[in-house]
Every structure is written in C-alpha cells, then in structure tokens.
Design a protein around this ligand. Structure first.
Ligand code: MRU
Length: 306
C-alpha cells in the first residue's frame, strides 16, 4: 500500500488469479460488498487499509470509517480493523502491521489446532477460511494446512457452500494449490457423510464470536454443528481473538447480513428459479456455544470463551 491498495479479486477465482488496484474508498466499499474481498480477517485488513488510504488522500477518516463498516455488518473484524487504523497515529503503518500480524496469528492458530487433528483425519469444513479469507495461511483451513505440514495427512470434505460457493470455488482451489487431498460435496451431504462414519471432525472459521461463545459464521454452519453433535463428532471453531466481540453478549445480538436474493435464484448469472420467485438470503447463521467443542485461537484451545 502507498497511494493504493492491491487485492485478489476473489470473484474471478478459480478461473483466474487477478489482482485489482483500488484507488478510492467508494471502489473499496463496492469490492467488499460484492465479495471481491471477503472472509473476516481479510476484511479486517482491508478495512484498516481503507482508513489508511483515506488518511493518505486527506479525506475525512470518520466518514470513511462509517462507509466501510456499513458494507458488511456481521464480520466484527471489519469494524475492528477500521477502528484500529482510525485510532493510530500512522494509519498506514497500522494497516501494514495488521496484515503482517495476521499471518503470524494464523500460524499460531494452526500450530495449536494441529493437536485436535488426528493422523489421517477426515475433516469437514464449510465456506472458505483459508489464505484468501485472511492475509495469509488461514484460520480453520490454516489448522488443516498446519496439520498437513506436520505430517498428519489430513483429507478434507469441502462443503460447496451455497449460494456463493466459497467452498467449491475458493477452498477447493486453495487445497489443490497446497496438495492436500480434498473432495467436494454438496452442503446437504454432510449428515449422510457423518452417519456413514466418514467424518472425524468438523472445523470452521467465524465472523463474530459473542461474549458467551455463540458463533456467527457462513449460513449452514449451525446445521453442521447440530449434525456433528448428533453423531458425536468434535466441532471446532478456529479464529483469531480479534473475532471475539466482548461488546456482543450473545448470538441473538449479532446482525446477520441479508444479501440479494439474486445470489439464490441465479448461479453465475444463470437463472435457476422461475421469474418472480422470491428468495431469502441470510448470509450467516448463529451456532450456540453449547454445540462448540472448542475454540482455537492464537492463544491456544479453549472449551469456553470465559
Ligand atoms: O460471506 P463471506 O465469504 O465473507 O463469509 C466468510 C465466512 O463465513 C468465513 O467462514 C469466516 O469469515 C471465517 S474466514 C477465516
């Protein structure tokens, strides 16, 4: 970053790896809203860089902060990154520090998380919590990556993650790059896989963890947690401590982003449902703390937030 921000346009993956240069706050807000950049820790870094860009351009930083925060309400890391840069004497240095720290934090999450990945574990994951969702390494996918590097030989069931297909497009692509064995499944296959004894643990990221341990993550996560409990399969959440929001007492207080129904009635611009069909598109759901086996953060693994 200097007078612009460079980021991977995740909408173009897996077809092509394209970097875009961002020169205005309006463009950054548009890219965040359209999921060109997405994933809680990546949004934290992008938010901080947005404030830094405003500072470099001599633009109102408080106004910029509220524009950025309004783009996506659920991932607390976005507001966290914006506020950190806003409070810093040098927002550029702060934004760069957030980016550098993110990779180290994720590697620490991975190192701790390897302890819950048995040899040859078959891990089910949802959405994308890898390098793309962060600045590097990844959170839940980072744990799988660390376990792979440690020789645990994990394999991954990748939920396709309707409607935006972060699993099929992004997680599948990342796992291929890393050479980690992975199999793509439709989201609704998770229960059958568990019943067939083919899942050893479920591992997901988080967009916000309330003070009581309730977890907001990609829609479909709650169903997985219920299924995992029914089948006595461990269900772990991996996230940096910046995803824990002490100001939100419980999941019921978390604002769940509602996205356009076009993401549901169309796939890749091709209409699936009949004209005039209405749809609901809740981007996230809330998993109650009681369904979470453990939280893996850069500080270690805990069964409870408090
Ligand atoms: O709508 P998205 O793609 O931004 O949702 C992302 C997720 O739900 C991830 O699981 C979460 O941000 C954790 S990423 C390390």
């Amino acid at each position: 970053m200097g007078d612009h921000i460079r980021l991977i346009d995740q909408r173009r993956l897996p077809e092509e790896l394209v970097l875009v240069e961002v020169h205005s706050i309006e463009k950054l807000c548009e890219l965040i809203s359209e999921l060109a950049i997405r994933g809680a820790p990546a949004l934290g870094a992008a938010g901080a860089m947005g404030v830094a860009l405003a500072w470099v351009q001599g633009r109102g930083m408080v106004e910029t902060a509220s524009l950025l925060k309004a783009t996506r309400p659920t991932a607390v890391n976005l507001a966290w990154g914006v506020d950190r840069a806003l409070a810093a004497g040098d927002p550029v240095a702060e934004a760069v520090q957030i980016a550098v720290d993110d990779v180290a934090l994720n590697q620490a999450i991975g190192a701790h998380g390897t302890a819950v990945v048995p040899d040859g574990a078959r891990v089910l994951t949802h959405c994308n919590s890898g390098s793309l969702a962060c600045v590097g390494w990844g959170t839940a996918l980072g744990v799988i990556r660390s376990a792979h590097v440690a020789g645990r030989q994990p394999s991954v069931w990748v939920d396709e993650t309707r409607p935006v297909l972060q699993g099929a497009r992004l997680t599948a692509w990342e796992l291929q790059q890393l050479g980690i064995p992975a199999t793509l499944v439709v989201d609704s296959m998770a229960g059958s896989l568990m019943a067939a004894g083919k899942v050893d643990l479920a591992l997901v990221g988080a967009d916000r963890i309330a003070a009581n341990g309730d977890v907001a993550n990609k829609i479909g996560t709650y169903s997985l947690a219920v299924l995992a409990r029914h089948h006595h399969i461990p269900f772990y959440v991996a996230a940096p401590t910046s995803t824990i929001d002490p100001a939100t007492p419980a999941g019921s207080h978390i604002v769940v982003e509602q996205r356009s129904d076009s993401e549901v009635v169309e796939v890749g611009g091709v209409r699936l449902a009949p004209e005039g069909m209405i749809a609901q598109n809740w981007a996230f759901d809330i998993t109650p703390a009681e369904l979470v086996t453990g939280y893996i953060t850069e500080e270690g693994i805990s069964g409870r937030i408090h």
